[in-house]
Design a protein around this ligand. Structure first.
Ligand code: ADP
Ligand code: MG
Length: 421
């Protein structure tokens, strides 16, 4: 399908109300419209959804979107329905639908009304669904969060491994679009290989976040006091403090409260009502700080988070990048402060020890990269971007002086001497 620039602009405005594309979106949309396999690597918040939603809306037939989380699919479907007056324009097909609902979805697809069909990978494996999809016009198949296909990704899902084979059963020449925010070369290779899209048009956005300041400090027994001091120096600003365990989350939230900081805990052990109330308070700025496990953050879109503190070092650079990435979404300042002690690495190793050997090996490799990051004297930004396969020059690159190792190369030695004395 060939479309010219004015068509694209008009459709962007019509369906999403935006006047300009963000980053690489326009080229991705063109690639998809041309019917070629396409691979998109963009950081979280980069605007990946629009890359497949727009061409789906502009084309004949239904685009199948595979996504791992039902909640995310529902959000996207609601958003698409919101811009169109046609409810059938987007549907979710999953096991929670009753017979009447499934019938309605299928009718809408057959009648050409449905442009986007979201499915969880496990629904796609069902024979009845494969048979049905084989019989209708499919524009393309998009696999969101495509890193789930890779054991090297932070969220491996075995169901993703069957996708290639199922797509083949639905149709032989369906264009495949993979999208991910995971930028490591290993994961990318895995995705391309497993989806069988060698030679796909590949679009990779930069992962540099120039407005984030990266800092790692040694973790001592005074870490709580260090955190309190930092937060008090940033009074009134929004921030997140990540801890490894629920217990630590509870304890630290209390310590902060006792010290006059407006903080709430958040972890998966709290009941749903408390969780959503704490999240809302943070979004509405009734509280300044959320102390949380990694359960907090998926889909949280608060633009003015000014700091992210890691009380415990994360299990991989990818996790660290995702979590720190929640700071400074509005482009304003974002201070990322991690406390590091090798003891914490040993704790993480212990967590892994019950897992299958292959998983442990991968976990170890990821963890060692994290150690290298924490202990490096090289620019943190350079290190992260190198990990993601990107060259970065601190002299010319944006944000080149925004980390502790670049700003204070000497002070680190002094700090170490101090400990020895
Ligand atoms: P990702 O999936 O890459 O994390 P999303 O698709 O969720 O990112 O988009 C992130 C945000 O960017 C959303 O709020 C979306 O509305 C916004 N967005 C996407 N494209 C554009 C655009 N062209 N102009 C303005 N905002 C955009
Ligand atoms: Mg997304």
């Amino acid at each position: 399908m060939s479309v010219d620039k004015t068509d694209l602009q008009a459709s962007l405005k019509k369906y999403f109300g935006f006047s300009t594309f963000k980053g690489l979106q326009e080229n991705v949309v063109k690639s998809i419209l041309s019917g070629t396999h396409t691979f998109v690597i963009m950081p979280t918040g980069g605007g990946k959804s629009l890359c497949y939603q727009l061409p789906a809306l502009m084309q004949e037939g239904t685009a199948i979107v595979v996504s791992p989380l039902i909640a995310l699919m529902k959000n996207q479907v609601d958003a698409i329905r919101g811009v169109s007056n046609e409810e059938g324009i987007a549907h979710v097909l999953n096991s929670s639908l009753n017979k009447t609902e499934v019938k309605r979805v299928k009718e809408d697809i057959v009648n050409g009304v449905t442009k986007l069909l979201y499915v969880a990978p496990e629904s796609l494996t069902k024979d009845e669904n494969v048979d049905f999809l084989k019989s209708v016009k499919i524009s393309f198949l998009a696999i969101d969060e495509a890193h789930c296909i890779s054991e090297w990704g932070h969220d491996f899902r075995p169901e993703y491994r069957n996708l290639r084979q199922i797509i083949g059963r639905i149709g032989e020449n369906i264009p495949i679009i993979g999208l991910t925010a995971t930028a490591t070369p290993k994961v990318q290779e895995d995705i391309i290989k497993n989806l069988g899209i060698t030679g796909a048009n590949t679009f990779k956005a930069s992962f540099n976040r120039p407005n984030l300041y990266y800092e790692v400090r040694p973790k001592t027994k005074n870490v709580d006091a260090d955190i309190i001091r930092f937060i008090k120096q940033n009074e009134g600003k929004s921030g997140i403090v990540y801890c490894l365990s629920r217990k630590r989350v509870e304890e630290l939230a209390q310590v902060l409260q006792v010290n006059g900081i407006n903080a709430v805990p958040y972890h998966a052990g709290l009941d749903a009502k408390t969780r959503s109330s704490h999240q809302d308070k943070f979004l509405m700025e009734d509280v300044d700080v959320v102390v949380a496990t990694i359960a907090f953050g998926m889909g949280i879109d608060k633009p003015d988070v000014r700091f992210v503190i890691h009380h415990d070092i994360p299990k991989s650079i990818e996790s660290y990048y995702q979590e720190t990435g929640r700071a400074g979404r509005d482009g304003g300042e974002g201070h990322c402060l991690a406390f590091y002690s090798y003891k914490d690495i040993e704790k993480l190793e212990k967590f892994m020890s019950g897992k299958p050997v292959a998983e442990q090996e991968i976990g170890q490799a990821l963890l060692q990269e994290m150690v290298a990051f924490a202990e490096t004297s090289v620019s943190r930004r350079k290190f992260i971007l190198h990990y993601f396969g990107e060259e970065f020059d601190n002299e010319t690159g944006e944000g080149g002086d925004m980390d502790d190792n670049v700003r204070n190369p000497k002070m680190q030695h002094e700090a170490q001497d101090e400990v020895k004395l």
